[in-house]
Design a protein around this ligand. Structure first.
Ligand code: G
Ligand code: G
Ligand code: MN
Length: 478
């Protein structure tokens, strides 16, 4: 772990060669666990700071030895994460150290018995003795104090803080395992947007299982273990299959099929989603070419996670790639993309729209749907979440919601797709309501590219066979 003692605070000190030698020597001795050598030729402030560090180190050392023998209350290792500190450090080490000093002062104010151990790029680490029943309450109080507004050099800072902590098991002391446990707890606090998180062995086991899954996925990404299936979208008016949604499929050598619900969210957390989506997009483009070669011409839609859709580099890459596709490649994004960073999302939607790439709003209605945003979105298609479609023929409210959503989308010049349509009744009802596209088991489950080609060809044949007698009967129907 990268660590650094804030020795000098914000004071600038210039030293001559002999003094610099004394300082290096002193730091080396401290780092080796020795006593501080004589520092008489150093400026007083610097000598004081070194003496202070030595005192801190001795206290920590004393604590380490004392645990398990003399402490009446267990030792807790605490890691305070201040995400923005790393960025501030890039702007100026002095400013960061000034903020750091203020945060440390707050720690000692709330927890006077705390022994500060070290500071990282965006963390502060300390240990303190505490009654187990009180640890969380006291750290919550610390959290509140740390997040209070800071003023340094006339600048105002509101720094979000996350705290992870771990308690030394009986008979153990301050060791690397305890610090590592606190690191795990901090990672969880950050991932779950919690103020204070305690180390939890089960959570760690689950996390390492998840990370193993991500490693496996990375290795599988360029193999046949990962492929795409295509779920047809049917034009409700003409009955033709005019589009398909690409859905990722992963067969794990030991776990079997792993559903995207299990790994997509994880991949979003670890950043792996970008590789996955690039791979999916490349594959969708080549599968589409394969389909066209077989005479099946459909628009293909690829799902893009919210965070990724707001990523400039991904957007530039995707625009370039899609520009080389033989047919229309569209993107499906969920509302969360828009809610997370509306300006970026809208700017990117406009860039895609300008390049002729249709955008669909996915899972509409399942999240925090916002009509205010919907109005601003240059989207071509609205996909009504399947939770509304499944109740279409049984509930009283869902048909009302679906019908008004269709009207709303049409008023905003968007096409409407119903997802999860799994009965002929639902399909007929949606058609009457003016829904444009139908997707779901009633048409077909997701299919491999070859099965999709076969399905569309069979579907066209049956349409032709059915259309002759029907065209007479249907005369007069708009
Ligand atoms: O059909 P299936 O069980 O695969 O779909 C589960 C969920 O996974 C759906 O919400 C779908 O949008 C999502 N999903 C499937 N493939 C991808 C993909 O390539 N990228 C992203 N971001 N999500 C996908
Ligand atoms: O969120 P997204 O729409 O991308 O998710 C598609 C998911 O819905 C996949 O898991 C897919 O297999 C599933 N699905 C597709 N059609 C139907 C359907 O008709 N009924 C139900 N219950 N699920 C469906
Ligand atoms: Mn989708």
């Amino acid at each position: 772990m990268k660590s650094r003692f804030s020795l000098l605070g914000r004071r600038e000190t210039s030293l001559d060669a002999a003094q610099a030698h004394t300082l290096r020597n002193a730091l080396g001795r401290l780092a080796a666990g020795d006593r501080l050598p004589r520092t008489g030729d150093l400026p007083a402030a610097l000598a004081d700071a070194l003496a202070n560090v030595e005192r801190r180190l001795r206290e920590a050392d004393h604590l380490t030895r004392a645990v398990g023998e003399r402490l009446d209350r267990p030792l807790h290792a605490v890691l305070v994460g201040v995400d923005r500190l790393a960025g501030i450090r890039l702007l100026g080490a002095e400013l960061a150290e000034g903020l750091e000093a203020r945060l440390v002062a707050r720690i000692l104010d709330i927890l006077p018995e705390a022994v500060l151990r070290r500071t990282g790029r965006d963390t502060l680490e300390f240990v303190f003795e505490c009654d187990p029943a009180e640890a969380r309450t006291r750290l919550k109080a610390l959290h509140t104090a740390l997040e209070a507004r800071l003023e340094v050099d006339g600048k105002v800072f509101d720094l979000p803080v996350a705290i992870g902590f771990a308690r030394a098991p009986p008979g153990t002391g301050l060791d690397e395992a305890l610090i590592e446990a606190a690191e795990h707890a901090l990672a969880r606090a950050r991932a779950e947007h919690r103020q204070v998180a305690e180390f939890d062995e089960a959570a760690r086991a689950q996390r390492s299982d998840e990370l193993a899954l991500m490693r496996d996925l990375r290795a599988a990404l360029d193999t046949d273990a990962v492929h795409l299936c295509y779920q047809p979208k049917l034009d409700a008016r003409t009955g033709a299959i005019i589009a398909a949604e690409a859905l990722i499929r992963w067969r794990h050598p030991e776990r079997g099929m792993v559903p995207p619900d299990v790994f997509i969210g994880l991949a979003e957390q670890t950043g792996e989603i970008r590789h996955i989506t690039e791979r999916v997009l490349r594959r969708a483009i080549s599968d589409q070419a394969l389909m066209r070669a077989a005479g099946v011409e459909v628009d293909v839609a690829v799902n893009v996670s919210g965070g990724l859709f707001c990523d400039d580099r991904f957007t530039a890459w995707a625009l370039e790639r899609i520009g080389q596709a033989a047919g229309v490649i569209g993107l499906e994004i969920t509302e969360t993309a828009v809610i997370g960073d509306p300006q970026k999302a809208i700017a990117h939607m406009k860039a895609f729209a300008a390049a002729g790439v249709p955008i669909a709003i996915d899972d509409y209605g399942s999240g925090l749907s916002s009509l205010a945003y919907l109005k601003q979105l240059p989207a071509h298609e609205l996909k009504i979440d399947k939770c509304f479609i499944s109740g279409l023929t049984s509930s009283h409210r869902d048909p009302l919601i679906v019908r008004s959503t269709i009207e709303l989308a049409h008023a905003l010049d968007m096409k409407v797709t119903a997802e999860g349509v799994d009965s002929p009744t639902a399909r007929a009802l949606l058609t009457v309501m003016g829904c444009d596209l139908i997707q779901g088991y009633d048409i077909s489950p997701p299919l491999t590219p070859q099965a999709f080609i076969d399905f569309v060809q069979r579907h066209e044949m049956s349409e032709v066979a059915a259309s002759a007698p029907r065209s007479r009967g249907a005369a007069g129907v708009g």
